[in-house]
Design a protein around this ligand. Sequence first.
Ligand SMILES: N[C@@H](CCC(=O)N[C@@H](CS)C(=O)NCC(=O)O)C(=O)O
Length: 216
Amino acid sequence: MTQLTLVGAPFSTFSRTMRMALQHLNVDYKLEQAMPHTELAYKYNPFGRIPSLLHNDRVVFETAAIRDYIDTVFNSALTPKDLDTRLKVDQMISVLSDYIFHHIVFGVAKPREQYEKEGKNEGEISQLLEKKLKIAGKIIASVDKMVEGPFLCGDSLTWADFFVYPAMADLYSLPEGKYMAKKAPKLFVWYTMFEKRQEAIATFPNTVADIRKASL
Ligand SMILES: N[C@@H](CCC(=O)N[C@@H](CS)C(=O)NCC(=O)O)C(=O)O
């Protein structure tokens, strides 16, 4: 059988989504480690982003397309068959890739990382993040309204869980995580259930949450 290769990195939330899904679906793959914007990342993605998937002569980049490829070629168990649940899954993934990334990851998490690098103290950081954190709180409270339980889109595990989990796991590891948990209690209950799954445990090393934990 041709080797399936995921070009990505353990810290990358979108790479982690694909690693968890492939593990869950029992699809063997090799992780070829590449950081964003390196020669290797640009070799397979014109924007230098990760992950990319290599199979036979195909190079697939952008996680929406990688998901489609896995569904079509390997196993579509993570995409619900009924239209209503499928729409919920697609909505959740779109919300993750847009609002959660723009307002929480780029609004709060990345600036915090930068302020920490600059040596700012916690008081300064929380003052600088105050406005952005309020916006992030509104976004996460809206996401919470979409959570059905026990999985994000109802009774079955879907792609939505694997897309949302890595970003939330990293966000909850920040000091702002407690505020997020308070603003979105259903999402936090889902997270505490999900972090015990094998796919989450196996892909935890070298994530942002792992690195922060190690440096505490
Ligand atoms: N739209 C892309 C997003 C991929 C993405 O942003 N990956 C991150 C790592 S998780 C990255 O490469 N970041 C580099 C950057 O933001 O320039 C996809 O769905 O594949």
